[in-house]
Each structure stands twice: as C-alpha cells, then as structure tokens.
Design a protein around this ligand. Sequence first.
Ligand code: RRO
Length: 306
Amino acid sequence: MKKSGILQTDFFGKLANSPLVLASGVIDVSYSGMLRAVEAGCGIVTMKSLTLEPRKGHNGPVVAEFAGGFINSMGLCNPGIDSGLKEADDFKNRSDAPLIASVFAISTDDFIALTRKVNDSKADAIELNLSCPNVADEYGIPLAASKEKVTEIVLEVKKISRLPVIAKLSPNTYNVPEIAKAAENAGADALTLINTLGPGMVINIHARKPMILNKFGGISGAAIKPVALKLIYQISKLIDIPIIGTGGVLNADDAIEFLMAGAKYVSIGTAVYYHGIEVFTEIREGLINYLTTNNLSSIEDILPLS
Ligand code: RRO
C-alpha cells in the first residue's frame, strides 16, 4: 500500500486513511477480514448487518454472477449482535480505522436494543440497515420504503445513540429523495446510498432453474451504478449530511464518479468478489494518480458536480 496523506479524510472526528469503505456483507464477519481490507487501503470498514439473535441465512446457492454484476439472497446470515460486536472490538484493538456497526431489525424496540449494545462496543458509528431486499417473505417490505417508519426509527435511535447514526436506504421506491430528507430531519448523521436493487432474478437456462435457491435477490455491481449515481446526485443537493455512496464501484474511475455525484465516502463490495481484497490497493492508487495528474492536493478537492 502506497503511503500518502492526500487520501486521508475525516470520519466524524476520526481519521480515515482513505474515503474507501468496505461495504456491509463482504469479508466483514470476522476482525481478520476487516484488517485485511484496511491493510489493502480501505479507510473505513462496515460489518455485516447484525441482528439481535444469530441467523443462519438462506440456503445456497445464495450468490450468482451475471453479465451486469451479482445477485444475492444471503438472507441476513450473521452471528448475532453479541458475537458480532466481539469481532468489532477485536478489530478496534488492532486498528485505528473507523468501524461502522451495521444493524438490522424490524421494530423500533429492537433497533433500540441493538443500539444500546453498539453503544457499549468500540464501534465508531452505527448504520441502520433499513433496506435489506431479501427478507420480505419474513418481515414484509423494507422499512426504507416508508417515510414514517424511517423517521420514527432514526428519531428513537438518535435519542440514545452515543455514536453517529447512519441510515442505509433502498433504491427500490420512487420517493427515495423524500425519504432521505426525512432521515436527515429525524437526526441521521449520514446516509448510505444505496442497498442492492430489486429484488431481481437470474435464470440458468441449462438447469431450467433460478441461479439462486431463493429465486429472487438483490442486484449489485455495474448494472446498478447509474441508479446509485443518480440518487446520490439528487439527494446530495437536498441534504447537508454526508453520503456513503455505494453500488457498482469497480475501479478508481467509478469511485471518482461517486465523489463527483456528491458522495463523501465510497463503499465497495461486489468488486471484492471480482478482484479480491487488493481492489482497495488498486482503487487507492488510481485515486492518487488522478489527484496528482490534476494537480489536486486532497481527495476533498474532487468537487461534486453543480
Ligand atoms: O443478507 C442479505 O441477504 C443482504 C442484506 Br442484509 C442487505 O442489506 N442487502 C443485500 O443485498 N443482501
């Protein structure tokens, strides 16, 4: 990893070595996976969304590749909040990189219980996953589809959280900007935009069956990048809180597009499946080259489009 300060950025008063974020759900159940991401050049890590109780998730295959990216229906597999936060603390005992604890629930009370646990951990921020597209059979449509629910949950969590609160929203509704504004009005400190698109479906024509056992799943990768960019651009004009942009970032040029759309941080998930964890090194070096070539002295000099 090249040593350079020009990518350093602030994350709620903590120093991040780059604006690159490890997306939730990618090699982030254990502290060692998150450490590897940071060693490769990632500045901030997000953990897999944690629920109050452990969850096995859906039966496999849960992930498949198609021309535009990936389809997944992991089904919220996670070790539960208590074990998950032990990994968070193990990570923080070994690294200064900011860590975002992602949590998932369907009721305000459960979000409050999860927040109390995160308060007692070494995490640097809490992300409310209001937008998993893969558990509608169990829980109904994601909370992020409702302005009222987003408002209530963010308001209540903000009352008790000692950490910055990030709301992760869904692209799968027409009024995302309105919901984003509601999250900010309720006190959210940042937004993560966007969770996976869909659900969608990919079929194996030889086996005559869907590529994943759950049939439908969230779509990530190159196919969703224009949707993410459009929402980030539109929403960044409406709100004053920072945006963690995510959705199809595969290389440094993509990351620069996200910064130009108005994101402050750029989160990377699917690219790790294609290129391994070294993708953070590649993107980091690509960003440094872009800054140097354009005579810019800091990542914050990549300004959003008007
Ligand atoms: O675990 C999943 O199936 C999953 C989650 Br929690 C999420 O937020 N987004 C996604 O695409 N998959």
